[in-house]
Write a protein of this length. Structure first.
Length: 372
């Protein structure tokens, strides 16, 4: 019916539905108009059997509790749909058995390609997909071989901007709450922090590097540990936003104000970061850019006429909101400095400089006016 009304062959309808790039755009548009008019829904399973392609991309994420990953899933789906693909989502939750089930689902559903957005730690379990020549996309690190692309995040750029921002405000005592160090991404963020401190001529002692687990609870515990020390830091940088939100909560419970008593910076720029109290200064690693790069890489591997790239760069940058400010006590020091600056020195009868207050200057000026 579709072929007859569109005045094309059945093969052309099939190629159009499968989004084969060789179909004339005007003809494809006419076919899709007929499909929409008829309310026709192609049988995707039959189409996959006929073409050998499922038009399905898999997405494996670490978890779905952290808002970063639902935001990533949404972006991945929106972009995949724009390219004519459906998606199949699985979460590994750091469990090897769960990861094995994720892989099995991808193979059973004949996914054309799979994006593994777990940020490191589970790559050895993915040999089944690689052996079956399923195109794969990883973040940061992954096995070498054909059909594999990497999304390489520039953690250093955004973290350097954050450290420079704190240093410019006057902070010299900056702590860092890490993520799980078995994750390559968490280790890279800590390394970028240490390197950025050195570039600014600063050093963080071992007591200023506190272990975290990328959760709110981990952030609360880490901040509690920092507050137990003899002197808390003036600023805390966190390996992700959920940790930073936990830090904010612990500071609130301790009766401390952000940023008056302590500045806080996160990493990710999840949507929630805009509505914390105060709104969180953070380092943006765009979910949309990650999703777009992942879909683009997978499409390049499975579609004709596109040369796939091994590496796709992902930038990071600082987003300044209201959780960073001058170190505690700075404004009091400035007020004292300004107060001293309002006094001027003059040479007295003894030949030595004497400090004259603004009030004294006004009195002497009035006395001179009367003499005139």
């Amino acid at each position: 019916m579709v072929a007859r009304l569109a005045n094309v062959s059945i093969a052309t309808v099939s190629r159009t539905i499968n989004r084969i790039s060789t179909v004339n755009p005007q003809i494809a548009k006419r076919v899709w108009e007929v499909i929409e008019k008829l309310g026709y829904f192609p049988n995707t399973q039959a189409r996959a059997l006929g073409s050998g392609r499922s038009r399905l991309f898999g997405l494996i994420v670490s978890e779905t509790v952290n808002p970063f990953f639902p935001e990533l899933i949404r972006g991945f789906e929106d972009i995949a749909v724009d390219h004519g693909y459906e998606i199949l989502v699985s979460s590994a939750n750091g469990d090897p058995q769960r990861m094995a089930l994720c892989i099995r689902r991808m193979l059973e559903r004949r996914a054309d390609g799979v994006a593994v957005m777990t940020f490191g730690g589970e790559e050895p379990l993915l040999e089944q997909l690689s052996e079956r020549k399923v195109p794969l996309v990883f973040v940061d690190v992954g096995p070498k071989g054909p059909g594999i692309s990497l999304l390489k995040v520039d953690y250093h750029n955004g973290i350097r901007q954050a450290v420079q921002h704190l240093a410019a405000l006057g902070h010299r005592d900056i702590a860092f709450v890490t993520g799980p160090q078995e994750l390559h991404s968490a280790h890279s963020r800590l390394s970028a922090f240490s390197r950025s401190l050195q570039e600014c001529g600063l050093v963080a002692g071992p007591e200023r590097i506190v272990g975290g687990d990328h959760t709110m609870e981990g952030g609360m515990q880490a901040m509690g540990q920092l507050l137990e020390g003899k002197r808390p830091p003036t600023a805390v940088m966190c390996s992700n936003d959920m940790t930073a939100i936990g830090v904010l909560h612990e500071l609130y419970r301790a009766g401390l104000r952000v940023p008056d008593d302590l500045s806080v910076i996160g990493f990710d720029d999840i949507h929630m970061a805009q509505v914390t109290i105060p709104p969180l200064t953070t380092i943006r690693m765009s979910c949309f850019e990650l999703a777009r790069a992942a879909v683009t890489a997978l499409c390049a591997h499975v579609e004709e006429g596109v040369k796939p790239k091994r590496d796709h760069g992902i930038d990071t940058r600082l987003v300044i909101r209201e959780s960073t400010g001058f170190p505690r006590g700075t404004m009091l020091h400035l007020r004292k400095t300004v107060s001293r600056g309002n006094s001027i020195s003059r040479v007295g009868k003894s030949g030595k400089a004497e400090r004259v207050s603004p009030g004294e200057r006004a009195k002497r000026k009035a006395d001179r006016a009367r003499l005139i």
